[in-house]
Design a protein around this ligand. Sequence first.
Ligand code: ADP
Ligand code: MG
Length: 491
Amino acid sequence: MDNQYIYEGASGPWELVVGLEVHAQVISSAKLFSGAATTFGAEPNTQVSFVDAAMPGMLPVINKFCVEQAIKTGFGINAEINLVSIFDRKNYFYADLPAGYQISQYTRPIVGKGYLDIELEDGSVRRIGITRLHLEQDAGKSIHDQHPEKSYIDLNRSGVALMEIVSEPDLRSAEEAAAFVRKLRSIVRCLGTCDGNMDQGSMRIDVNISVRKAGEPFGTRAEIKNVNSIKFLTQAIHYEAERQIVILEEGGEILQETRLFDSARGTTRPMRSKEHAHDYRYFPDPDLPPLILDKAWVEELRKNLPELPDAKKSRFMQDYELSAYDASVLVAEMETASYFEEALKFLKPLNPKAAKLLANWLIGEVFGALNREDKTIEACPVTPPHLSGLINQIQEGIISGKIAKEVFSLMWESEKDAKTLIEEHGLKQVSDDSAILAVIDRVLSKNVTMVQEYKSGKDKLFGFFVGQVMKDMAGKANPELVNKLLKEKLG
Ligand code: ADP
Ligand code: MG
């Protein structure tokens, strides 16, 4: 087993076990059982129907579009779709839950077992099991910081559709948990079923963590609620693993409890002891009949799925001979993949590695510059046709790769295309034999002793001559030509 999976305690190594419950808000203009709007950031209580406020006599009606979104997500996580599922009431009392229960799916969720393949930094792939995906309503929000004595309730979120996606306890490190969330996020974004914006709460994660000695059965877990960024997810896992190991090594016991992550301190603290399913008194909602899906409709949805990140990755590897790593970087965000594919349309297929060259430039130069300026790819000043234009200039031998970096900086600043800038700044590579030969003659006659040494066997000096010629020509000589002509001259 790889070292990164092992936590070293005083008694030796411990293995980490993590399972995630991801709450993903469904992209839908209306709520799961009402027609109220779901726009983020609206004035409190402006998007609340009588159903969402649990007025007496109001009846829920399922929103077909939300069902469609859950099914598409189910396909995205390679899962079986259950043609019959049931909505249950999950009963608990809370101020922001006006009905006194949340409509959820307990015994028969809409989506059953599936899996996700996650890519790790060392290039390996691990398959992580998914237990289920079910549909449920979100609760409202209590606001405690607006008045010294009172709390306010905002019901805008009440009734918004959520997909809860539950993983098997298959994750073995914080890195894997982070990769799982990133992968899931790229899939739902690609499908358009959840925007994945963790900072707006559209994706929230409950993290279940336990530790054990290798080969032992699973230990007791703690559940950390509502983690809302990948950075916090990683911090919470590290903190919790160490907390549990210290307790166990001192002969203590882990309590099965729900904990909260304190992002300011990077620690977790107890919230409540673990509730059990029977505490919720689940029962089928008498207002909602079983959800029965039409097989042909489900099949139709499957057929119309967009190309998912994994399929795109394989296609990139096959069609453009990209490495698994490059391909996975390009498909991780849809916008990056679109940029790449848009640029390909302008790339001249002058050599078999043209697409690979484009990928290198995108991952290296473009990502580097975007990171430095904290920009997203949509705001990239170098457009896809401009990037390919630059690479075409390299392919055609008009500029060297080195000069191209200079041209790229100019493109970034000016938003002009490569050809124009090469003209304006006189950066064209010299590919004219006689011009290069003239410089070669000058360099050789200035370094007579070195030429002697070279001819008596000091081969290493060849690089020095190339360097001198390039320097004399301000880097603009065609490097291949310089090599060739120098060889002829010295040979
Ligand atoms: P509940 O619904 O009570 O939270 P589940 O059995 O459905 O409990 O499990 C919830 C999550 O906890 C799942 O993601 C699962 O993978 C994870 N899990 C279960 N057992 C363990 C364990 N021993 N250590 C870490 N995670 C676990
Ligand atoms: Mg749970």
